[in-house]
Design a protein around this ligand. Structure first.
Ligand code: FE2
Length: 366
């Protein structure tokens, strides 16, 4: 624990996505994924250059932002990378201390510590850079009672929005970086955040007939914040990470994993609303019960909904992955329900990657 004392993290604050059309994207997150829109910031509230919608479900907070003019940094980002995560913001007890420590330890500054105030109180914010054009904003909102940040107004939940689907928290956020860069970013999270590498997969473990990748999972001392980092590895054909890097035009967030309190119900509802998930071959279900053993759920439900299961020494987990959330083969979402298991479904990687590769082949990118 001593290693992590220099950078205490209280948890996730929010993930902000910079997108081409936040107004329409928000509709999908509300009506398909079950989020409530709770706050808005834009020209009407004094933010001249953007429109920004704050969405919540359980403890998850997503922010969708579009720029309003072609010279906007947000518009340029979304044009280059497609709709993508920009900021994985973290709550810290002391923003100035977190920022100072991060910069002293080699992080690049994006925005220095500042207090923002309105009638609801004050928030301290500061931002550092990570891989690609992504950033981490440090947030301390202990003295703030507003809906999100100064510059935003509360919205009463839209009466036409879908009910929530049982998503409760952010589990992990995965980054894809270039060939040979994984260890550089692993070292960044060790040095700047005091994180440790809790899981490592080599290309011998994550390999299909065609492509391979390597992955290391970085976690903070409390185990709340988990950042897996992937890089492509040599395979017979183009790795799915290479496809991501090509269409994202650089490193970025590959997937955001959201915990469900009841994944069978969550996926039943999401599929009923038309959310499209990766398929899993029928044969996966021939031996899953033998591999994972007794679980609370009915294996028939898992098979019907194409939910994956895996077990580690601490328990089991259930998971499923959406197809990419925009036309570019870049960002997607994972829904995960943990029953003690602390790992990431390694037993499912082969099935998952083969499923992704079928999609990749359809796009002519394999
Ligand atoms: Fe994941």
């Amino acid at each position: 624990m001593a290693d992590t004392d220099f950078m205490p993290l209280d948890g996730w604050d929010h993930i902000e996505l910079w997108v081409g059309n936040a107004k329409q994207a928000t509709f999908w997150y509300e009506h398909a994924l079950g989020f409530d829109r709770v706050a808005y910031g834009g020209p009407e509230t004094g933010l001249r250059d953007r429109a920004s919608y704050v969405l919540e479900q359980g403890e998850i907070r997503l922010v969708l932002t579009s720029g309003l003019r072609s010279d906007s940094e947000i518009v340029r980002f979304a044009a280059k990378h497609g709709d993508a995560a920009k900021d994985v913001a973290l709550q810290v007890p002391d923003v100035s201390a977190a920022y100072r420590t991060a910069v002293e330890r080699g992080a690049r500054s994006v925005a220095e510590p500042r207090w923002e105030e309105d009638e609801h109180g004050r928030v301290e914010l500061a931002t550092i850079a990570t891989y690609g054009e992504n950033v981490h904003t440090f947030v301390n909102r202990a003295d703030y009672a507003g809906p999100y940040l100064p510059g935003f107004v509360s919205l009463s939940p839209n009466g036409h929005a879908g009910d929530d689907v049982g998503l409760i928290a952010i589990d992990h956020v995965v980054g894809n970086v270039e060939l040979g860069k994984m260890n550089e970013w692993v070292e960044f999270y060790e040095r700047v955040f005091g994180m440790t590498n809790i899981v490592h997969f080599g290309d011998d473990q994550i390999q299909t007939e065609y492509s391979a990748l390597m992955s290391k999972v970085m976690a903070d001392g409390a185990g709340k914040i988990k950042f897996p980092i992937n890089e492509p590895a040599e395979g017979k054909r183009k790795s799915q990470i290479d496809e991501y890097l090509e269409f994202s035009e650089g490193p970025g967030v590959q997937h955001i994993a959201l915990q469900s309190s009841s994944i069978v119900q969550t996926i039943e509802t999401l599929k009923g609303r038309g959310v499209i998930f990766l398929d899993t071959p029928e044969t996966y279900y021939d031996d899953v019960q033998g591999r994972v053993g007794e679980i609370d759920e009915d294996y028939d439900d898992l098979k019907r909904l194409r939910i994956l299961a895996d077990r580690d020494e601490d328990g089991y987990l259930l998971q499923i992955f959406t197809k990419t959330a925009q036309d570019r083969p870049t960002l997607f979402f994972e829904v995960i329900e943990r029953h003690g298991a602390t790992t990431f479904g390694e037993g499912n990687f082969k099935a998952l990657f083969e499923s992704i590769e079928r999609e990749q082949a359809l796009r002519g990118n394999l």
